[in-house]
Every structure is written in C-alpha cells, then in structure tokens.
Design a protein around this ligand. Sequence first.
Ligand code: ADP
Length: 540
Amino acid sequence: MDARRVGGRIAAARRALAAGGSLPVPVLRITNGLAMISLVLSSCDLLRLCSDRSRPLRFPLGGREFATVLCQLASVVYLLSLFGVPSRSGHPKAPASDDEGGGSPRRARAAADAPAAMHAGVEGGDEEIVAAVVSGALPSHHLESRLGDCRRAARLRREALRQVTGRGVEGLPFDGMDYQAILGQCCEMPVGYVQVPVGVAGPLLLDGRQYHVPMATTEGCLVASVNRGCRAIAASGGAVSVLLRDAMSRAPVVKLPSAKRAAELKSFVEAAANFETLASVFNRSSRFGRLQGIRCALAGRNLYIRFTCSSGDAMGMNMVSKGVENVLGYLQNDFPDMDLISLSGNYCSDKKPTAVNWIEGRGKSVVCEATIKGGVVQSVLKTTVQKLVELNIIKNLAGSAVAGALGGFNAHASNIVTALFIATGQDPAQNVESSQCITMLEAVNDGDDLHISVTMPSIEVGTIGGGTCLASQASCLNLLGVRGPNRDSPGANAKLLATIVAGSVLAGELSLLAALAAGQLVRSHMKYNRSSKDVASAAS
Ligand code: ADP
C-alpha cells in the first residue's frame, strides 16, 4: 500500500470524523502535536542510527529500527494528509441559547441550526458525501449543518437511503418542499414529503360567515359527506358556535419526601393568595402565555401540577412548558426537597385519551349548534328528524356507553378533525383529545325540526408555530382567513379556527348520521371509496 493511498485513507477517516462532529477541535490539536513530536523524534533516531557505524542499518530491520521507521512513516503520512483536510477554523459556532429572541425552544433550535452557522465544511462531491453517509462515517442527521444547504442535504440523504436499502423512493416527491423551512421546526432528516389530497367542503355557514373548509384525507366520501352537511346547515340558516374556554395545559410531576409534604405543596400552589405571584413568574417567558389556573392531583408522595394558560394564536405546548419551568424554579426556593421527576407527568394530558381533558378541557373548548329544518332533513339528508334522533341516542350515546367510551360520544368527529389538522398544519397526533365530542340531537318545534349540537372540550389548534409555517398548510389557513398571528387581537385566529373545526364536525356528524339512518352508507362508500378503478390499480 503506497504512502499516498494510506494518507488518503487517513485523510478520509479524519474528514469523516470531523464531519461527523465526533473529533472535536482540541483532540485534533493533540493528534497534530503528537504527529509532529513523533516525526521529530523518529527523524533524530533515524539520523543517529544511520550515523552509528558500530550498528549499521541492515534488512531485515531489528525491533527498534523497525519501530522508528514505522513512526516516521506514520507521522509523515498523517502530516501529509493534513493538506487534504478542510480547515476546522470554520467549525460551527456553539448553538445559540434557547432564550435567544425570547422565542420557543423549537425556534431557538432552528436558529442554532441556521445556515449562518453551517460552515463546518464537508468538502467533496455528492458521491463522496453519500459514500460517507452510507458507510456511517458521516451521520445522516449532520448533513444539514455540515453542508449549509438543506435541500442538498435532503437530496444526498435520499440517495444514501437508496443505496443502503437498495430500494428507490421515486414515488416520494422531492421538489416542491422548502427544506429550509422545516429545519429545526417540523421534521428531521427529511428525504421528501407525502402527498395527501386536499378537498374543500362548504361553504360552511358559521356565525354569519362562510368558510370553505380544506380537508386533507385519503378517505373517499369524507369531503362529500361534510359538504352535504354544510349544505343542510346553510339551507337552515347556519350554525352558531361558542368558545367556552381557551387553556392549554402542562402538568409536571414532582416527588416530595412524604405524601404530607406533597399535600403541603398542593395547598401552596392552589392557594388563591399565591396565584398572582405564581402567575407573574409563569408569564415572564412569553407575551402571549398567561397563566389561568393550577390544579393538582396526588399519587402517594408524587404531585401532579396541572398548569393551564392561554397562548394567543399558538397551540401553546412550548409556551406552557416554558412558563411551567419558570414556576418550578421559583417553587424550588420554598420547597428545596421537591424533586422534579418529569416536566410532563401525563396529567396534562397530551395525545392520550383521558378523562381529565374530557372533563376539564384542553386547548379550546367549543360548543356548536344548528337547527335543521324538517324540510331540509327530508330533501338534503334524505331521512327524518325522528330517525336521526333515535339513531343518535342508540348509537352515539348508548352505544358509546356500552363501549366504555371516553369522550367518544359521536359518529366520526376524528375524521373531520384529522383532515382539517393535516390541511392546516396542526399536530395530527393531538386529534386524540381534539376529537373528543358529544353529539346531541333533539326534535324541536313540535318535532318538525332537528336541533343538533357538538360539544368539544379539547380542540388544540394554533395558527402560528409548528407546521402552520409551511407553504401549503399556510395556504389552507389563508383560505379560512386565519393565517398567522392576529395582530389586532392576539388569539382571535386560533379561536376562530377552533370554531371552524367544531362547525365542520357538526356538518360531518349530521351527514354521516343521516347516511346511516337512510341506509346509504355502504352504497355511497361503494361509489366514492371503493371504485372499480381503485380495486384494479391496487391489484396490479
Ligand atoms: P407553541 O407554543 O404552540 O408550540 P411556538 O412557541 O412554536 O408555539 O410558536 C409561538 C411563537 O410565536 C412564540 O415565540 C410567540 O412569541 C410567537 N407569536 C407571535 N405572535 C403570536 C400570537 N399572536 N400568538 C401566539 N404566539 C405568537
């Protein structure tokens, strides 16, 4: 193996290590220093050996001579390789503090990863970088920060994936996504994006205004069904919504030396006299997060402290978490024996079906109602008021009780919630609690008309933060007139979006119940959801 090849190997290894961030600058300085010392010492020793007439150099070399020559060669090769290694002077700056700009941790992370800090300098062509990723020498998740080009990073990761798996992802679109926008905010290690069709239902006539509701779904019939519900609502004068509460929650769990001590902390944080102080500590980290209440639950000496706050137009998880951290720091002074087990103790409760959300609410609590005229029930929904009322009692109320439902007293609220969430950049996993809904139907006006309502205590939505910044999601928010923060009345956009979610659920409930009452469900699904074309292409 010749010296240049060895040098190339070492250089490649050092480059890969440096690119991977696993060889910090101080370590590099030490290895460089050692190589220099080894070169000088081995050179001196070689000179001395050559000039020693009593012990002339002979082949095969003796142990000491061999070691000296090896050291000499190794240090020369190492030092030669330095010329092929990009300078480490462009090492990325230390990540910006989380507090920078007073933004969310997500934003702070994005700032830390921003292109300005991306000059760690992986040099070489695409093939070389892909090879480093494939070999594992360059961690895939370092591509963005090392290349300083999010789009190129995603493209090379995609190629590396193809080489590693032997499977192409040609069907997964690549162009059309702003890879810079998702960095540090929406998705790590992107290789493309998934297309979900967006249909529009409506107009939904809600609180005197019309909305065209974007729904991202692959379930045939869904948009058509909500559309029919919207038509029935509009033909009956529209729906009305009321926002009952706006409070995002986070519940850390802390452990105290005894249950008695945990109860003392509970009394302290729940005392009305302490609220102002705790609120001022909580509110420090955001202009929008405002503490609304604290409610505790005990399990032995573990205390679960559920903080609730308003969060302006943001969904609020980051905001509430930062406020909670402030308060925990403050409480530690009076309760030094308090041990923080986790910032989230599951009493929040995020993305789990729980009674606490169902009863207390989380995010926006909304009730939405409409009175559907008997004639519209006949002409648009093809059924009768009596049939619908009876079906709702037996299915949504009794049936769900038999099933032991937790907030699932509805026909398909989660269908509408999830489709709207995906279209508008919400966190789709929060459909778990956001879909909790009780649907009530009554015959009114001497049994001629139908009163329908949906009550949804935990709609978790925002119009700023998370996926709302992405072009397509922002465009759907724009369609509804709720894009971004509301400058005049912070929080108004997110509240309006929550009422639109509830209004759309109302339309979806009305239409599906009608389809079931009229025995149309299977027929319409065969028409929209199971077309012969689909079956043929799926089979091929
Ligand atoms: P979340 O708390 O939902 O996770 P983020 O913290 O990611 O949301 O995004 C909210 C960010 O947007 C905060 O930094 C906040 O200061 C900023 N912001 C600007 N205008 C508003 C507004 N009207 N309502 C809420 N947040 C806003």
